[in-house]
Design a protein around this ligand. Structure first.
Ligand SMILES: [Zn+2]
Length: 365
């Protein structure tokens, strides 16, 4: 039986500050399901109860997000909020472990495909999909009420936004990244440890290696996610003294490892020292952005779009196909993916003017 239908006979540990309102329940089936994890002394029955009450946001559900969501769902984190703006493609399947060929053929939004897959192996937890781009306007709505945020993003702009929100609201989050054979992660406990802006006051400048340019080993992804998921388990079960207080990076191909202390916030830090949350204010967040190789995202129009209706309108102009979540329109040499909230990803150009004009011509300005 799914916990989605409502609360079952939930035993909320009164000592736990993690007790949520809609957490999954600890019932006899759970005893069996989590038995090997409960046997581990660091977790135990009390730790498992806390996990089942935990509310965790996975910000971005690509490669690291998939691995993080999968580990936490299997471990019994009661509510997982999956936030992702993108849809599944064949090139994702090498490392994005929650998706399959069917999801790619359907171009399903990653958040939807992820929630379905999570439910298929743990129907006792709640997996909440949000097909959304995390932005200053919606960060409060998407991350509010969570106990922890896990970084499944692929860019520093969104990470600084998460960091500003988390520091301002004393919400723990875990920075995770992987590129090539390199993995890096850091726990951020606002007010206690360094934040992302303490360690990296400015985002990387110049050419930054990404999965699109440097490639990526799936093992580096899963390694980074495993480190972070373990820290999440410590945090959610109350094992505070065990939480790692360093920025840890490893290159799995070159056999290199480095650790930098992140034990204390930096007094002059913009975010946790001066409490200047520029990224929450949305400065420098254009509504039209490059998004991966050879594609542009447009989200300047917030208008609900009826995908069946739009599909009929676009029929005479190219090939078009849609399902409940997404519409695809091919107009050589471009491919437009349209979401019900009016957001679009246009492939085949890096020119924002070209993308905007295509959008205006076919969807409306
Ligand atoms: Zn800081």
């Amino acid at each position: 039986m799914s916990a989605r239908g409502g609360r079952l006979d939930v035993v909320v540990p009164s000592s736990s500050q993690l007790a949520g309102e809609n957490g999954a329940s600890m019932k006899p089936e759970s005893d069996e399901r989590y038995s090997r994890q409960v046997l581990f002394p660091g977790i135990g029955p009390e730790g498992q109860r806390r996990l089942l009450q935990a509310r965790v946001a996975i910000a971005g559900c690509g490669a690291t997000g998939s691995a993080l969501a999968s580990l936490l769902a299997r471990a019994g984190a009661g509510t997982l909020r999956i936030i992702d703006r993108d849809y599944v493609e064949t090139s994702n399947l090498q490392r994005q472990t929650l998706f399959d060929e069917h999801d790619a053929a359907e171009s399903l939004p990653k958040a939807i495909a992820a929630a379905r897959k999570l439910a298929s192996f743990n129907s006792q937890i709640i997996a909440e999909p949000h097909v959304s781009d995390l932005r200053p306007e919606n960060v409060g709505e998407l991350l509010g009420g969570m106990h922890l945020v896990l970084d499944g993003t692929d860019n520093f702009e969104t990470r600084y936004l998460i960091n500003d929100y988390a520091v301002k609201n004393s919400l723990p989050w875990i920075y995770v990244a992987a590129v090539g054979s390199y993995a890096i992660t850091m726990n951020i406990l606002p007010g206690e440890t360094a934040c992302l802006a303490c360690i990296f006051p400015e985002g990387p400048t110049g050419a930054v290696e990404t999965c699109e340019t440097a490639g990526i080993l799936n093992s580096a992804v899963n390694f980074a996610a495993s480190l972070a998921a373990t820290e999440a388990l410590k945090l959610l079960t109350g094992a505070r003294p065990q939480i790692r207080r360093t920025l840890l990076s490893c290159d799995l191909w070159r056999n290199e490892r480095a650790e930098v202390s992140a034990d204390k916030p930096r007094a002059e830090c913009r975010a946790c020292g001066k409490r200047d949350f520029v990224h929450l204010a949305g400065k420098g967040r254009p509504h039209i952005t490059l998004c991966g190789r050879n594609s542009v995202q447009i989200h300047e129009h917030h208008r609900p779009i009826d995908l069946s209706d739009m599909s009929r309108r676009l029929q005479p102009h190219g090939s078009v196909r849609h399902n409940d979540f997404v519409l695809k329109f091919w107009k050589e040499p471009y491919e437009m993916t349209l979401f019900p909230d009016g957001r679009a990803i246009i492939k085949g150009t890096t020119d924002t003017a070209v993308a905007r004009s295509l959008y205006a011509r076919y969807v409306g300005s």
